[in-house]
Design a protein around this ligand. Structure first.
Ligand SMILES: [Zn+2]
Length: 195
């Protein structure tokens, strides 16, 4: 527009605030961005192999393993540089968490069905009257959950990612994780990040 235009100021100002958001910095923004954006990283290097047995309706699966794959979606306000999050950072961080579970037996420590005894060198797990397992401690990942389902493993990933990524990416508003036990078979967890 030419001449004596004195209408709205520019839509975007490249100073403080750091993020465009639909509310939090409204008073500091000239125009509010209502769009939602996300980035995803998945599979490829984000894999781990682990054993477990999940319980279901009072029953317990036989011990078995999966080649798990992880799908990460993070939603957030876009930064002044137009990032939601750095792919490399997200992949590197998720990869570290995959490594924590890789080649472990994932044990649901808060199980209401399994009887778990933790000793300095081992975990003893009993189910019903007939089943007893003893795993060397170094082979176990003690999952702080009631079951070792893909849904709970996804929740574990989300918690770890929130803790690690949020200080670097305070613009994030949601983390969604899929944990694939086999191609086409995944459990998901999604959480909005409280401010
Ligand atoms: Zn399984």
């Amino acid at each position: 527009m030419q001449g004596g235009y004195t209408g709205s100021p520019p839509a975007f100002e490249c100073a403080v605030p750091q993020v465009l958001h639909s509310g939090r910095y409204k008073s500091e923004l000239i125009e509010v961005d209502m769009m939602q954006r996300k980035v995803t990283v998945e599979r490829n290097s984000l894999k781990f192999a682990a054993a477990h047995f999940a319980t279901f309706c009072g029953e317990c699966e036989p011990v078995h393993g999966h080649n798990y794959a992880v799908i990460v979606e993070v939603t957030g306000d876009i930064t002044n540089d137009s990032w939601v999050a750095d792919f490399s950072d997200l992949k590197r961080t998720t990869r570290r968490f995959c490594d924590e579970l890789d080649h472990k037996f994932i044990l649901q420590m808060q199980s209401r069905v399994l009887s778990i005894t933790e000793r300095p060198q081992e975990y003893e797990i009993r189910f019903g009257k007939g089943r007893r397992y003893v795993f060397p401690r170094q082979d176990v990942y003690p999952l702080p959950a009631d079951n070792s389902t893909a849904e709970r493993i996804a929740e574990w990933f989300a918690g770890k990612l929130r803790e690690e990524m949020l200080p670097r990416w305070p613009n994030l508003t949601n983390i969604t994780i899929g944990v694939e036990e086999a191609p086409g078979q995944a459990g998901w967890y999604s959480e909005d990040i409280a401010r």
